[in-house]
Design a protein around this ligand. Structure first.
Ligand SMILES: [Zn+2]
Length: 52
């Protein structure tokens, strides 16, 4: 899977907010970020459930 860097200003509504359970960092991504850039943890929780 592609693992591109975050694109500033991209407000695509297909992305969701993920919260790092270790440091509380909020990351917007289409899929689970996998690894926190702040603390290196891989524990993310999806904050916004998809609305379908
Ligand atoms: Zn973190």
């Amino acid at each position: 899977m592609p693992h591109d860097q975050d694109i500033e200003g991209d407000t695509s509504d297909i992305s969701s907010e993920y919260e790092c359970l270790q440091c509380g960092r909020i990351v917007r991504a289409e899929t689970n970020p996998g690894e926190c850039k702040e603390c290196g943890s891989g524990d993310f929780q999806n904050r916004a459930k998809s609305v379908e």
